[in-house]
Design a binder for this molecule. Structure first.
Ligand code: SF4
Ligand code: SF4
Length: 127
């Protein structure tokens, strides 16, 4: 019985079109739930560190001193936690094709944020 089931499956597979596509030559099928990869708008990051604290796989490292945001793509499990919790919404998921990561490499991005100067306190005596 199992033999006939297996033969039926083999013939069905031989006669059907491939289940895979020639990505990226052919565009991938995207759904509203497609995630992609984490991307940052470095000009808006305020180096608060929330994404680093919320990342379950320690893929993100932020350095306030060096003004850098870095991500280890082989650690990222695409959970979306960093995107959901970033207070200024400068992280997002990009579903465009990017080259595959084939070796451990850390992407280092310089943050251009400059902390706004505190408004000067008015001298109460002169008021
Ligand atoms: S998507 Fe998840 S695993 Fe990937 S960097 Fe963000 S928080 Fe970390
Ligand atoms: S990317 Fe967002 S959550 Fe992460 S340090 Fe920058 S502002 Fe904070």
């Amino acid at each position: 019985m199992a033999f006939f089931e297996m033969t039926k499956t083999a013939i069905k597979t031989l006669l059907s079109t491939p289940a895979t596509i020639l990505y990226p030559a052919q565009p991938a099928k995207k759904t509203p739930l497609s995630r992609g990869h984490v991307t940052i708008d470095e000009s808006r990051c305020i180096s608060c560190g929330t994404c680093q604290r919320k990342c379950p796989s320690q893929a993100i490292v932020i350095s306030k001193e060096a003004k850098t945001w870095q991500i280890d793509r082989l650690r990222c499990v695409v959970c979306n936690s960093c995107v959901d919790t970033c207070p200024v919404k400068c992280l997002f998921m990009d579903t465009q094709y990017s080259s595959p990561v084939i070796a451990r490499s850390v992407e280092l991005i310089a943050i251009t944020y400059v902390k706004p100067a505190k408004p000067e306190k008015k001298d109460e005596a002169s008021a």
